[in-house]
Design a protein around this ligand. Structure first.
Ligand SMILES: [Zn+2]
Length: 153
């Protein structure tokens, strides 16, 4: 891939993880539109799947108290919010595969960890409001995985 295209793509991803919306409906729209811009950029410039697949697999927006965060698919790194750790431990061992996904590697978890660490400690994992999860390279909706369903109830 051409250097400038790769640079543009990275810039679009950085833009996608900086959002302004303060309510879940607008946050959802914002995340979707940013994914759509990324997907269009990939299509228009015929960026190969090999390159596109390097982007975060899923991104999701989350709100808690007065904080907002865009989470991306990646391995969970310490510090881990105690309430999130407890919820994940019920699903399986963090970093090990359960079903389709690795426990703690979802965009939801990335998002939740930031929010729980940066909000007052009386919040529960179930207090977090999530947007729809989207795949940036295609802008398609990704179904919440079984692990996340169990973690965030
Ligand atoms: Zn998940």
């Amino acid at each position: 891939m051409r250097k400038d295209l790769r640079k543009d793509l990275r810039k679009l991803v950085r833009k996608a993880i900086r959002v302004n919306s303060r309510d879940i409906e607008n946050l959802d729209k914002e995340v979707f539109l940013k994914c759509k811009t990324i997907a269009k950029h990939i299509k228009r410039n015929k960026i190969s799947l090999e390159e596109a697949i390097k982007l975060p697999a899923v991104i999701i927006g989350g709100l808690l108290w007065n904080k907002r965060k865009i989470g991306i698919t990646r391995f969970l790194k310490p510090p881990i919010a105690p309430k999130l750790e407890k919820a994940l431990n019920k699903v399986g061992v963090i970093g090990k595969k359960v079903g389709e996904n690795t426990v703690g590697k979802c965009a939801e978890v990335d998002c939740a960890n930031y929010l729980l660490l940066n909000c007052r400690s009386n919040y529960e994992v179930s207090d977090i409001k999530f947007s729809t999860p989207y795949r940036p390279r295609t802008s398609e909706i990704i179904e919440t995985c079984e692990n996340c369903k169990k973690t965030f109830i």
